[in-house]
Design a protein around this ligand. Structure first.
Ligand code: SF4
Ligand code: SF4
Length: 502
């Protein structure tokens, strides 16, 4: 019988059904696989393996709640290797922000005699994601009793992160430092401010200040003395083309931990000679208008070989969605580097995205990075608030008068919200700040004029002492904004690397 016939008729042999499902999964035909199981539901009660398969298909289709339901049943099943189901459940609970549930299911696995080291480590990671994180300390003490290379290196990592935190709040501050506006690429979908936009570099108030390297390092020393070791995301434009970049990098690494948001156009050997994989994470973005995938992959391989933690992100711009499966196959499946998709927010052919993605496009995005569904939904829901920054056309330059008008509209909006008492508390400004190329520090990047917190270069920077009211929450498009009570959305996106993966 051909596979097509088997697909149409009822199947009574679990082995054959599992083989067919495997084929569908390998060719990314998840909806067909789901249909096939539904047609042969009678076999589900006979096979845990088939249930496991169905749960994975649900994951691929973004039906996370249904997948959780099956995995939860599987971990109660004596005949099944529950460690595999626990691992899958943990990933799904993480997506849902249900960290306590993840801990509970690890406890079930441990009770059933699966007390392997990886589970203890995962338990600590999950406990750290629960806002008070207290029970993680107890688990850590237990882990210390287990002596082997893996446990010792994990403990060393934790202790090094802990010792670089401040004793009093904010324990660690995250900064995004837009070093300058220049970039050696000019991507179609670029959101970063460009030198030719009068609103930014050409505006005398916002012009990038290129201080001497000594002055720059001294400014960051001031931050170190005041707020301890911080995590600084170097951004731009392209940070690696900043004058004397490697000197600045080396000096900052003596005080802070860095994340570099880069298009990876730099010379990787020179980079490795001047950097430290223990203190730098590379957030690389792949821009297929400017980079050949082969060359890009070679650079990733080199950096990975030299011990760098890497994440690659890709903007799902409608013209470039079809490149996603191949890029993911090589980067994530073969090199084992996380490959994240950011849904495109903006206009394309007069249609607003991400709300206008068709089903095929959505499938490609979800199948590549199923976490993207949460971000996609979040962004699509806010489409009513989305306004193109400079109008729909690229490269529109605003006049001084238009800039002034825009600014006053923003201010009016805030005054209106204030009058209507429409606010939320937000931790941004206390635990996070955005620094612009002129050194000005703001509470966040979602809104240029939000709350001014001084200037980095003249050492007037002063963070907020507590979560403060924000009157811009209705328009806030920040996916990672730190609203107390909504930690399940944002907390894990700000954790140190050791806390979310091992
Ligand atoms: S590499 Fe990044 S900053 Fe440069 S043009 Fe492309 S999207 Fe913009
Ligand atoms: S709610 Fe949004 S706009 Fe307001 S401070 Fe937080 S991140 Fe910024």
């Amino acid at each position: 019988m051909t596979d097509e016939l088997k697909y149409k008729s009822a199947i009574n042999d679990i082995g054959i059904l599992l083989e067919l499902l495997k084929d569908f999964r390998q060719s990314n035909q998840f909806s067909k696989a789901e249909d096939l199981i539904n047609k042969n539901k009678h076999l589900l009660s006979e096979s845990s393996e088939l249930n496991f398969e169905l749960a994975n298909i649900y994951v691929a289709l973004g039906k996370i709640d249904k997948a959780i339901e099956i995995f939860e049943k599987l971990i109660q099943n004596r005949d099944f290797d529950i460690t595999i189901a626990v691992r899958e459940l943990i990933k799904l609970y993480k997506i849902k922000g249900k960290y306590k549930k993840a801990v509970d299911c690890i406890n079930i696995a441990v009770e059933k005699g699966n007390d392997n080291l990886d589970l203890y480590i995962e338990k600590i990671i999950q406990q750290r994601l629960i806002p008070d994180g207290k029970s993680a300390i107890e688990t850590l003490q237990n882990l210390k009793k287990i002596k082997n290379n893996k446990s010792e290196s994990f403990i060393k990592n934790i202790e090094s992160v802990e010792s670089s935190r401040q004793v009093i709040a904010p324990y660690r501050v995250f900064f995004t430092w837009g070093m300058h506006y220049q970039c050696n690429y000019n991507c179609t979908y670029c959101y970063a401010p460009k030198p030719h936009d009068i609103t930014f570099d050409n505006n005398k108030n916002n012009k990038a200040l290129y201080l001497s390297t000594e002055q720059l390092v001294d400014s960051w020393k001031f931050v170190f003395d005041k707020y301890g070791t911080s995590r600084i995301r170097l951004d731009g434009g392209e940070p690696t083309i900043y004058p004397n970049f490697y000197y600045i990098l080396k000096e900052l690494l003596k005080m802070h931990r860095l994340q570099i948001n880069t298009n990876l156009s730099f010379d990787v050997k020179e980079f490795c000679d001047n950097s430290d994989p223990q203190k730098v994470r590379i957030d690389a973005s792949l821009h297929c208008e400017y980079t050949k995938l082969d060359d890009y992959v070679k650079k990733l391989e080199y950096l990975k070989k030299h011990g760098y933690k890497l994440v690659v992100s890709y903007v799902a711009y409608p013209d470039f969605i079809n490149n996603i499966p191949l890029a993911k196959k090589i980067i994530q499946s073969e090199l084992n580097i996380p490959f994240l998709i950011h849904p495109y927010s903006g206009f394309y052919n007069d249609r607003q995205y991400p709300a206008s993605y068709n089903e095929d496009e959505k499938n490609i995005i979800y199948n590549t990075d199923y976490k993207s569904i949460t971000e996609l939904t979040w962004r699509a829901e806010r489409k009513g608030n989305y306004k193109p920054r400079f109008g729909k056309e690229k490269d529109i330059k605003l006049t001084e008068k238009q800039i002034a008008e825009n600014e006053s509209i923003k201010q009016m909006k805030q005054i209106e919200n204030k009058n209507d008492n429409e606010f939320k508390l937000c931790e941004m400004g206390r635990m996070y700040a955005r620094i612009y190329p002129n050194g000005n520090v703001y509470r966040c990047c979602a809104y240029d004029g939000n709350t001014y917190l001084g200037n980095l270069f003249d050492k007037t920077i002063k963070l907020l002492d507590r979560a403060e009211k924000c009157y811009n929450t209705k328009d806030c498009r920040c996916w990672r904004c730190m609203i107390p009570g909504e930690e399940s959305r944002w907390l894990n996106t700000w954790m140190d690397d050791w806390e979310i993966s091992f």
